[in-house]
Design a protein around this ligand. Structure first.
Ligand code: R1P
Length: 287
């Protein structure tokens, strides 16, 4: 059990990992991408790639969830260097919250300036359809409100300030570029902009919880992303986030629908190509 005041990692641990990675590749990425459930095929498109299994990287946790391959891939899109997490870590896997977010600070030390986070999420907004892509404009940090924030404990000033601002968490300029890119690709009919909320998981939400989350103003719900975004903003990275709406949450007691990870992975596969095109064009534009 970790005490709140104890870091799970010291600054030197992040630095050791970053230096180890810098010795594995000549690429110096300015953009990092975290792939959500079933969305990791994106990394296969990277040119000149160096792929490193998480198990070989000092201090890195392991991926335990289906649809998260567990490799860090360095490569290029249109000559723009990028590093991509093929698989993320979730709190419900049993990792301390600072472990879930470990790679984000490593990216910062690698020289990354922009983080793109992707996830699979359940649609709470009834206007959303399965297969829609929601650009995240804001978030509701439910575990954070219950005391589970990745910045809890002593502040590491070498990364950022004690009380970072979150009202500007999602970069409006990158979101506009992403919208423009989606239009160019003909994807506008299935793009949404909305609020993502995180629950700790791994159980999916009850009907009452879904209704509550919707009432609170959330458009989509998942079990990830927000801790990564908070750590990224703390150390000054610009953030763009998107959710693939893989299922509609159940909000009606007469419904026979049941949330399940197989459906999540099926929808991810169905939209994988669109997402890959969108994110790769975005990396090429902002990298
Ligand atoms: O957020 P990502 O990693 O995309 O995965 C989402 O899909 C899984 C549930 O089906 C949960 O892990 C949820 O967070």
């Amino acid at each position: 059990m970790y005490h709140m005041l104890h870091f799970c990692y010291a600054f030197e641990d992040y630095k050791e990992t970053a230096d180890w990675l810098l010795a594995q590749t000549e690429l110096r990425p300015k953009v990092a991408v975290i792939c959500g459930s079933g969305l990791g095929a994106f990394a296969e498109l990277l040119e000149n790639q160096t792929a490193i299994p998480y198990k070989d990287i000092p201090h890195f946790p392991q991926s335990t969830v289906q649809g998260h391959a567990g490799r860090l891939v360095f490569g290029e899109f249109d000559g723009k260097p990028c590093v991509c997490m093929q698989g993320r870590f979730h709190f419900y896997e049993g990792y301390h919250i600072s472990k879930v977010t470990f790679p984000v600070r490593v990216f910062h030390l690698l020289g990354v300036q922009t983080l793109i986070v992707t996830n699979a999420a359940g649609g709470l907004n009834q206007d959303y359809k399965v297969g829609d892509i929601m650009f995240i404009k804001d978030h509701l940090n439910i575990p954070g409100m219950a005391g589970l924030n990745p910045l809890g404990g002593l502040n590491e000033e070498r990364f950022g300030v004690r009380f970072p601002c979150m009202s500007d968490a999602y970069d409006k300029d990158i979101c506009s570029i992403a919208m423009e890119t989606a239009k160019e690709l003909g994807y506008a009919p299935f793009i949404q902009q909305g609020v993502y909320t995180m629950v700790a998981g791994p159980s999916y939400e009850t009907i009452a919880e879904c209704n509550m989350l919707r009432m609170l103003g959330a458009d989509a719900v998942g079990m990830s992303t927000i801790p990564e975004v908070i750590l990224a903003r703390h150390c000054g990275l610009r953030v763009f986030g998107l959710s693939l709406i893989t299922n509609k949450v159940v909000k009606d007691y007469d419904s026979h629908e049941k949330a399940n990870h197989e459906e999540v992975l099926r929808t991810s596969q169905h939209r994988a190509e669109n997402l890959q095109n969108l994110v790769s064009c975005l990396v090429a534009k902002i990298g």
